[in-house]
Design a protein around this ligand. Structure first.
Ligand code: FAD
Length: 372
């Protein structure tokens, strides 16, 4: 008999949700995590009462009431509303594109004036089929907004010129003709008071779950595989198969975090730098996620630098272009030959998942596994 019913590789939200549900059903679970902490990319760490999002700003938002209720079992959420601001060479614009943005950009005051201005700007591409991201954006919203709020940010994110990026990356650009800076359209939104790590801590808090951090699956692969009836694997799927079909691509990020001796540095949790020259895309001031809670004379800010990914770097965003999706499909075929391994999460399923989506995906896996 094996020691565990399940070995979960990766203590992120997918692995933790699976482990919690398995333990609830009386299963014995071992969770291993190569980082020195649990919670994967949603990990938050307290610095003088300020919850610092260690792997980039995380805002929970969903329209799925079941997922909202589910996650609220593990933390109390505040009513934080994401309202990022763009800084283009010192000009400040509200996001997402709404009446405040149009007023700041053109001085227009009514929806009719804004629509007329957008239509006038879009004329540049009238009758032409967009051949790249730049043309697509201009055809949707016009040159002013493209140049000041889309071009530089997108080029930094992808590490490529907008004219070299395919048009399909931007399918639509939602335009809001109200003075509403709420970035998300979802019914539910918030930040867990006291940080995200507690969610995963509570999920893993069971006599039936053993957790080991600083433990890389590949250091004792055969022993780990032999230790459990089944494996839930949330690391990169191509690595599991030793890259035998080739390497999937990712975009990476570099975070530069700094404590500053001021109570309020930038007046907002998220400021996007949309010019091409500033090397970072966003500056996060963490205390604003909890309305300024924490040390009154201190703040913590993080600059986010997009980065190319090379094997060994942290793989943050899957690059879901046709080539990579086809390669992933081939890995899925290999995965079918491993009936005792379940691949899950953003790396195991090579898909960008928001937190609500990753919980939903884990619960779907749970249903498939246990409610047969
Ligand atoms: P992860 O959190 O990556 O967990 C996988 C774990 O597996 C990692 O901890 C990793 O160290 C571990 N692992 C990998 N290989 C091994 C190995 N060989 N051995 C042991 N352990 C291993 N979502 C939102 O809903 N709202 C947001 O605002 C938001 N912002 C984001 C900002 C950024 C910068 C990023 C990158 C993501 C953001 N997300 C956001 C998405 C969110 O982070 C993911 O939905 C979630 O973290 C995915 O959980 P996961 O368990 O699939 O992956």
């Amino acid at each position: 008999m094996k020691k565990y019913d399940y070995l979960v590789v990766g203590a992120g939200l997918f692995g933790a949700t699976f482990a919690y549900e398995a333990a609830k059903r009386g299963k014995h679970v071992k969770v291993i995590e190569k980082r020195p902490h649990i919670a994967g990319n949603i990990y938050t760490k307290e610095v003088d009462g300020i919850q610092v999002h260690q792997y980039g700003a995380h805002i929970f938002h969903t329209s799925n009431q079941k997922i909202w209720d589910y996650v609220n079992q593990f933390a109390d959420f505040n009513r934080y509303t994401n309202s990022p601001v763009a800084n283009y060479k010192g000009e400040m614009y509200n996001l997402p594109f709404n009446m405040n943005t149009f007023n700041e950009m053109w001085g227009v005051r009514t929806p009719a004036e804004a629509l007329a201005k957008i239509d006038e700007q879009r004329q540049e591409m009238a009758g032409k089929k967009p051949q790249n991201l730049e043309e697509q954006a201009i055809s949707l919203i016009g040159r002013d907004i493209y140049e000041k709020l889309i071009k530089g940010y997108t080029e930094k994110q992808w590490g490529q010129k907008a004219t070299d990026l395919p048009a399909f990356i931007i399918r639509r650009l939602p335009v809001r003709l109200t003075y509403d800076n709420n970035y998300f359209n979802d019914s539910y939104q918030g930040i867990p008071m006291g940080g995200y790590t507690q969610i995963v801590e509570r999920m893993l808090d069971s006599d039936l779950i053993e957790v080991e951090v600083n433990t890389d699956f590949y250091d004792h692969r055969d022993d780990f595989l032999a230790s459990a009836d089944k494996v839930v694997f949330t690391g990169p799927i191509d690595q599991f198969f030793d890259y035998q079909l080739g390497e999937l691509q990712y975009r990476s990020l570099r975070f530069e975090t700094e404590e500053k001796p001021v109570g309020n540095y930038q007046g907002n949790a998220v400021i996007n730098y949309t010019d091409a020259e500033t090397p970072y895309t966003r500056v996060i001031e963490h205390k604003h996620f909890e309305f300024g809670k924490g040390d009154k004379n201190k703040t913590v800010v993080t600059r986010e630098y997009p980065a190319d990914w090379h094997r060994g770097d942290e793989p943050y965003y899957p690059v879901n272009n046709q080539e990579n999706n086809q390669l992933y499909a081939k890995y899925q075929e290999l995965a079918k030959e491993q009936p005792n391994v379940i691949f899950g999460g953003r790396l195991g399923q090579y898909r960008y998942y928001n937190m609500d989506q990753v919980i939903a995906a884990a619960l779907k896996t749970v249903a498939k596994e246990f409610d047969k």
